[in-house]
Design a protein around this ligand. Sequence first.
Ligand SMILES: Cc1cc2nc3c(=O)[nH]c(=O)nc-3n(C[C@H](O)[C@H](O)[C@H](O)COP(=O)(O)O)c2cc1C
Length: 331
Amino acid sequence: MADLSTTFMGLKLKNPIIAGSSALSSSVAGVKKLEEGGAGAVVLKSIFEEEIIHEMDDLMKDVPETSRYIERFDYHDLVVRRDQLEKYTTLIKEAKESVSIPIIASINCSFSYEWTDYAKRLETAGADALELNMFFLPTEQNRSSEEMEQVYFKIIEKVLASVSIPVSLKISHYFTNLGPMIQKLSATGISGLVLFNRFYSPDFDIEKLKVVQTSVISSAAEMVTSLRWVAMMSQKVACELAASTGIHDGEAVIKQLLAGAQTVQVVSALYQHSPNHIRTLLEELETWMSRHSYEKLENFRGKLSQDKSTDPAIYERVQFMKYFGGQKETT
Ligand SMILES: Cc1cc2nc3c(=O)[nH]c(=O)nc-3n(C[C@H](O)[C@H](O)[C@H](O)COP(=O)(O)O)c2cc1C
């Protein structure tokens, strides 16, 4: 039997498959199902920064009048969301009592406010680690990329100063200078980087001339973006990497580990099948390891990372030159 155990951010995991943040982990019952399904750890559904801000008694004092973010919420929202932090800390406490796998709390950070102090409350509630889900859609014409990037560093600094549990950062690939940004973020003192988050995107219905929702579920084909970046960055970063998006089968798990991921996060595949799908992924991983005589993950992790490749240029190839030149693509 292959040994699938690993560590991630200093936590001991029985296997490298983490159930990523989603509504599947928004209740104790859901977390239990994920553990029963075989998850090595669970990231809880994110608590949204706005909910934390709204928890503050002097709410309006800290939110600039010019903030367009607050406009999204009406008074009803504020009242409804007031007790979210309390509910979230209760979820952490009860999940910790109910399962033995690590519980990673998650904060959706969409702006930099004093909310970072509340990270401490999640730690006190018993979270084993904290995942910061950070993304700002780069649409503001007056903000430079440097300004946008600084918000990440500022938030990380504040959170790291307020908690002693390991902190990971879940990012998108929408950065001007992605490789160096990943490296800089990895050197801030965080313990893990999750590459990458996947977002809701609007689509159009051309008959009703309406904006409609695209699928919230990823496809297996989406895995290649994180595969490339995990492979290129895994040997160049100062923290561990977790691969995310489009990991639907055991083959995808194996590829991400070969690229150098310490762990993988899975969500859509669990919606499509069930939390028990994790067992299938683990079986596929184990069968493949036996076939290749690998006894533990360290025997092959990172073997196909760019730094270990005899052909590192292939990871950076982006154009289908031969294809568009009329020749059959062979390499
Ligand atoms: C229904 C649903 C809810 C999600 N909620 C969150 C969330 O609260 N916080 C978060 O960081 N990511 C959230 N995600 C994103 C997932 O954690 C994950 O990053 C994304 O779905 C890509 O992984 P996948 O291809 O395995 O689904 C959600 C995804 C889905 C499908």
